[in-house]
Design a protein around this ligand. Structure first.
Ligand code: ADP
Ligand code: MG
Length: 467
């Protein structure tokens, strides 16, 4: 009689001919044989979504394959932490850290978040960022899963549970505000929570490029490469930004090859399919696509409502907003979840301050104001409108003057330039006589302000309404 493992292998071999290698790898590489008894084979998959999908898509093929082996039943169990291969790369390197090789330059061995890779001066410039805290918000527990993101999220969960195994690299793509960054960070958090010693790096493409440039200028290449090439998990956000950045692409290509050959997990996010990223070297594009990819679509109304309810609950504001209002928001502004949540915060703020429920007329007006602007808005226009909103001079915003009003106006201008234009922080910094680090930090300040509904939000909304 066959062992459970050999039986599973025989089944997979037989369905491979029918469904092809790619599908087989996607759905069945994380499958494990548990037992074979009384003509019943029990197998495990990494999530309920896998179970449902396999049952829906492949039950016929599975049934005919098992009956050919004289098995009557097949039971699919869900088991998150499936370990298929013997020692994973993760375990190997956790051992290395314990022996102290990774932290002898005085830096934290666990590299997590852009902050940790920055030089000390940069770090002190924005030490209030509370990066670690912000990262905690991005977990799978607070990620609402539904038809439009189910596939992308399930692969991510499987990676979180078993990094470096079946889906490597993984590419998530889709328009802004639909959860790509959330997914990347949740993968990182999940891996770290299971293995606190894992060297996980979440980094935006822009930060990656800046680090690389800095390393080339300061003879820091060896250190940079050492850091990147010894990671267990590399999560790079917004890879569309690498378009046209040839040297950075080349460096990443080599890092990719090293990490991939060592079975270290890589996850990339892009705001469009890789084939639509212009000026991306063919060989890097093909690396990005060499594993699994999944796209994100705007949430359904039910998902949108669930996301908003979560958000309200998190902030103990559940009673403030009626279901009617949530329905209204879900049906009018759910193409971008980030915008939807900031819209919700605006309503919460209004309700708390005025102690009144927001009327339908007001809601309609705000929805009209909130419509995303499709083309980017010129630098000149954004700076002018911001300056006039704060009644400061246009030249003041561009200068290095630091009075309170000017600083406030400048920060908001930076935020709006980034949001409504495709400028990099370096370009923004250049037009406002400051460094890219300072521009980045100003942007983050305002972004956080919007997240918590702070006092600067009103200014942002007011200026946006005139753009
Ligand atoms: P992207 O990187 O695609 O632009 P983000 O990951 O930054 O989008 O998501 C925007 C906001 O929406 C974040 O606050 C994120 O937590 C939230 N969000 C996105 N998708 C979900 C989801 N499915 N469940 C809960 N929150 C979500
Ligand atoms: Mg993002």
């Amino acid at each position: 009689m066959l062992t459970p493992d050999a039986t599973l292998q025989a089944i997979l071999e037989s369905i491979k001919g029918q469904i092809g290698e790619r599908e087989l790898a996607l759905w069945f590489s994380m499958i494990q044989a548990d037992s074979l008894q009384d003509e019943t084979l029990q197998i495990s998959v990494p999530s309920a979504y896998f179970k449902q999908s396999i049952e829906k898509k492949y039950s016929k093929q599975l049934e005919s394959a098992v009956s050919a082996l004289g098995i009557r039943n097949i039971i699919i169990n869900v088991k998150a932490n499936i370990l298929i291969d013997a020692p994973s790369s993760l375990k190997k390197s956790a051992g290395e850290i314990r022996h102290g090789t990774a932290s002898d330059d005085g830096e934290v061995p666990r590299v997590y978040g852009d902050e940790n890779l920055k030089t000390t001066t940069e770090r002190s410039e924005n030490k209030q960022s509370g990066e670690a805290k912000a990262l905690q918000n991005y977990t799978f527990e607070n990620f609402v899963i539904g038809p439009t993101n189910e596939f992308a999220a399930s692969i991510a969960v499987a990676i979180g549970n078993n990094p470096g195994q079946a889906y490597n690299p993984y590419l998530v793509y889709g328009p802004v505000g639909l959860g790509k960054t959330h997914i990347l960070k949740a993968v990182g958090n999940k891996i770290i929570s299971a293995n606190p010693k894992a060297k996980v790096l979440y980094i935006t493409s822009e930060a990656f490029l800046n680090l690389f440039v800095e390393a080339t200028q300061n003879k820091g290449m060896t250190k940079f490469r050492n850091k990147m090439r010894t990671l267990d998990v590399l999560l790079i956000d917004d890879v569309q930004f690498f378009a046209g950045k040839e040297q950075t692409q080349e460096e990443l290509f080599h890092i990719f090859n090293v990490l991939h050959s060592e079975e270290r997990q890589m996850v990339f996010a892009s705001d469009r399919p890789v084939s639509r990223i212009q000026k991306l070297e063919e060989r890097l594009a093909s690396r990005f696509q060499s594993g699994t990819s999944a796209d994100l679509q705007p949430p359904t109304a039910e998902m949108a409502i669930a996301i908003m309810k979560n958000e309200l609950k998190k902030n103990n504001k559940t009673d403030i907003i009626s279901d009617g209002i949530l329905d209204f928001i879900a049906s009018h502004v759910r193409n971008n979840i980030r915008d939807m949540l900031s819209f919700l915060r605006k309503i919460v703020g209004y309700t708390e301050i005025t102690k009144k429920t927001v009327s339908l007329d007001v809601l309609k007006r705000w929805v009209a104001d909130h419509k995303p602007k499709s083309q980017s808005i010129s630098v000149e226009k954004i700076l002018k409108l911001t300056a006039s909103h704060f009644t400061v001079g246009l030249s003041d915003i561009r200068s290095k003057k630091r009075t309170r009003e000017i600083t406030k106006a400048r920060k908001i201008a930076i935020f709006l330039l980034r949001k409504h234009n495709t400028l990099t922080f370096t370009e923004i910094g250049r037009s406002l006589s400051m460094s890219h680090v300072a521009a980045n930090s100003a942007y983050t300040t305002i972004e956080k302000e919007l997240e918590i509904g702070g006092p600067l939000c009103e200014h942002v909304f007011a200026i946006e309404a005139t753009l």
